[in-house]
Design a protein around this ligand. Structure first.
Ligand SMILES: Nc1ncnc2c1ncn2[C@@H]1O[C@H](COP(=O)(O)OP(=O)(O)OP(=O)(O)O)[C@@H](O)[C@H]1O
Ligand SMILES: [Mg+2]
Length: 497
């Protein structure tokens, strides 16, 4: 159905795509797999008309196509769901779904519009009030609207760029069921994800993209995880997780006690944490995990809590004080809260500790800054052109390392990390796990929120599971079991279901 040949694209000096060939059949789910920055999103933006190619040809059903807009691509049957959503929050579900069609009309029959929208949503297996404004929906529901919107045109090809990154486990099951239905209707689907297990569950074939070039295409059946990783990274990955099975914490390790932390105005939660420990926090989206970290860090000013380090009471009133007390925080949304994308890599790293690099007049000592930054860049093996390039020029995994480097630079005692590897490719993920492991071994106390159970179990010494602002269980490493964790996350432990 689709034949891409020799496609190339450069952004200024950056060659995002050098030479890509790709063939997609009707009625298949075709995965694109590659490291951060390999060019997956760029290629898909070209196919969907959001970007123009510099070179190469695209044929749909044997016909060469030259569209230059998403509208042009839609007319050829190509729909795309972007990594960042494109809905209008103030409009209703129905209006969003038919947004492109509405632009052409002067008179709108709202009753008909709502019926048609409800039918599309129903056909893909969901239930949603189409009269609700989009800002009232959960992220998962918004994604349903995105898919429905793509289906209003006569879609032959549906592209999904990391659609599962924002979804909980139950929602992913729904999404996959929807995608399989579309496949069975003969739609060709292109699916991008860094989660290999999803590829094995959902996809029929996978093409590797590496440094802007297309590599081998595999049939998923009969291919191993290791083969895919090797093709994608150009090396094999022996261990994803460092070995934390034999860690013993010294008797006198500093103990942190967190008490009276009230989330969503519910019964407060209490827990402890030792220096050198990695404490995992699991739970479903919306269970209060991010709020817990933000409350500890003092990011939401009004929230109450008591934090004791050893015998000393800390008042972590706001982030500034928390930083001075040796707390660091890596937030879940790298682009919005974690880093300053338009500032340089160097500035992002030195930002939390300008004292250290200031001279006695309060001006930044450029030489000292350079040496501090270079040391951290080497230590974390951050792949970059120059430390003066903007943070936005780096791949997701390397951006995350820069943000970790910022907190290493303050010599933190406690690091709060929210979703350490969201959107990060497998290779960089293993490196980030190694870094977190080493930091704990050096005596840092780490609280890590993650939606990825494998990641939680692979890296934590203990896991707290949260549900509706409460801690439902505190499990030591020897008792880790995915089923147990999920039962406590969804509340099944109470009903014996
Ligand atoms: N608008 C842009 N301007 C400049 N460079 C860009 C732009 N968009 C992408 N790039 C660069 O092109 C390369 C490919 O980026 P792309 O986003 O396609 O990668 P990706 O495979 O989707 O990565 P990820 O897995 O992190 O989503 C990267 O080096 C990126 O920095
Ligand atoms: Mg991408």
């Amino acid at each position: 159905m689709i034949e891409i040949n020799g496609v190339a694209k450069a952004f200024g000096g950056v060659k995002a795509l050098r030479n890509v060939n790709l063939q997609i059949k009707a009625g298949e789910i075709h995965a694109l797999l590659g490291e951060n920055g390999a060019g997956k999103s760029t290629l898909m933006k070209i196919l969907s008309g959001a970007l123009e190619r510099d070179n190469g040809t695209i044929h749909i059903d044997g016909e060469p196509v030259h569209y230059k807009t998403t509208q042009g691509a839609r007319e050829k049957g190509i729909g795309m769901i972007y990594q960042e959503f494109s809905l209008v929050p103030a409009l209703t579900v129905a209006e969003n779904i038919f947004l492109h069609q509405l632009k052409k009309k002067t008179l709108i029959n709202y009753k008909q519009l709502q019926q048609d929208a409800a039918k599309i949503i129903h056909d893909i297996g969901f239930n949603l009030d189409v009269r609700k404004p989009v800002y009232q929906l959960s992220v998962a529901q918004q994604q349903v609207v995105e898919i429905a919107k793509a289906l209003t045109a006569d879609v032959k090809v549906l592209i999904l760029d990391e659609p599962s990154a924002v979804l909980g486990p139950a929602e992913i099951v729904h999404l996959f069921a929807t995608l399989r239905k579309l496949r069975d209707r003969g739609v060709a689907l292109i699916y991008i994800s860094h989660h290999l297990e999803e590829l094995f569950e959902l996809c029929d074939r996978v093409t590797i993209l590496k440094d802007g070039r297309s590599g081998e295409t595999f049939n998923i059946a009969g291919t191993s995880r290791d083969q895919l990783v090797a093709a994608m990274l150009g090396r094999s990955l022996n261990t994803m997780f460092p070995d934390r099975n034999h860690i013993t914490h010294p008797e006198n390790a500093l103990n942190y006690q967190f008490d009276n932390i009230s989330l969503f105005q519910k019964t407060p939660v209490n827990f402890n944490l030792k220096a050198g420990e990695i404490l995992g926090i699991g739970g479903l989206v919306g269970s209060g995990r991010t709020e817990l970290l933000r409350t500890i860090f003092g990011a939401d000013s009004q929230s109450k809590k008591s934090v004791i380090a050893g015998s000393e009471k800390l008042t972590l009133k706001n982030p500034k004080i928390s930083i001075l007390e040796g707390f660091g925080m890596v937030p879940e949304d790298r682009k919005k809260h974690g880093g300053l994308l338009s500032l340089s890599i160097r500035e992002n790293i030195s930002l939390a500790n300008l004292h250290q690099i200031a001279n006695k007049f309060g001006f930044i000592d450029a030489g000292r800054e350079r040496s501090v930054v270079n040391e951290l860049v080497n230590r974390l093996q951050i792949k970059l052109g120059s430390v003066n390039d903007p943070l936005s020029s780096l791949s997701g995994g390397n951006q995350q390392k820069v943000i970790l480097a910022k907190w290493l630079n303050i010599n933190a005692n406690v690091l709060l990390i929210d979703e350490p590897t969201r959107g990060v490719d497998v290779g960089a993920r293993a490196e980030i796990y190694q870094i977190i492991h080493e930091l704990a071994s050096e005596g840092l106390a780490i609280i890590m929120v993650s939606s990825d159970w494998e990641e939680l179990m692979g890296l934590s010494d203990r896991i707290l599971v949260m549900r509706e602002g409460q801690i439902t269980i505190d499990l030591p490493r020897k008792d880790f079991e995915e089923e147990t964790l999920i039962r406590y996350a969804i509340g099944a432990h109470q009903t014996n279901a």
